[in-house]
Design a protein around this ligand. Sequence first.
Ligand code: NAP
Length: 250
Amino acid sequence: MTERPVALITGSSRGIGAACARIFAAQGYGVCINFLRDDWAAARVAEEVRAHNVPCATVQADVASESDVLRLFDTVDKEFGALTVLINNAGILLHQMRLKDMDAERINRILSVNVTSCFLCSREAVKRMSTAQGGSGGSIVNVSSVAARLGAPGEYTDYAASKGAIDTFTRGLAQEVAAEGIRVNAVRPGIIDTEIHADGGEPGRVKRLASAIPLGRGGQAEEVARSIFFLASDQSSYTTGAIIDVTGGR
Ligand code: NAP
């Protein structure tokens, strides 16, 4: 019998991460759900995952903190054994503003949650997956944003730039670990209907911008999760260093 694959999905208590948790569970993966604050939401996603009769754990950890990331991966080792897939999904944006009003604390928080986290989690995943270090290979998918291309002027250039860093990291790491059995890809979602827009101070952002999207609507978290699953799974076995736009044509 082949071993059950295991996916660690950062920021999976809601939104795109939670949609990923459901899809991976439905496909027979064990799922490690990570969250920052909302243990109740994480527990609800865990219930849906367990309904597929797959192993599941929920782990509170701030992925911007190195010690929390080490604890998160220790838990994965103990609860699941080998890690097959890492989805670097956790990400934040802060209240919309122009550059002139941004302070260093805000900019550093965006960079540490959106970028440093991705480096730290990928480092720990590569250590475990690398065939050069006794692992069985694996797959990493980073969640970027179309903002990396568009720049998000007047709203959150800090967030957009952090996602530009994710695109560059995806291309670099993909080449660095290709010979070690690890594929690294990214998705660039457009405007997706999740709670993240409320954090930016505009809960109705998806509705406001829908008519400017070629497909005429905002996307659903499940539509992004399906592309993430494709990139993470063997369905894309010859794809690495790729970035797929999931933007409704934007
Ligand atoms: P969301 O609904 O706001 O969910 C964010 C998730 O990340 C939550 O589970 C949250 O946990 C967790 N999280 C936040 N900070 C964390 C931290 N420091 N450590 C661990 N977990 C943390 O966001 P989303 O819209 O699904 O976005 C997911 C990813 O897609 C992000 O990287 C985002 O930048 C990207 N994206 C989203 C859109 C969009 O339109 N929605 C577009 C492009 C890209 P708690 O609830 O416990 O805080």
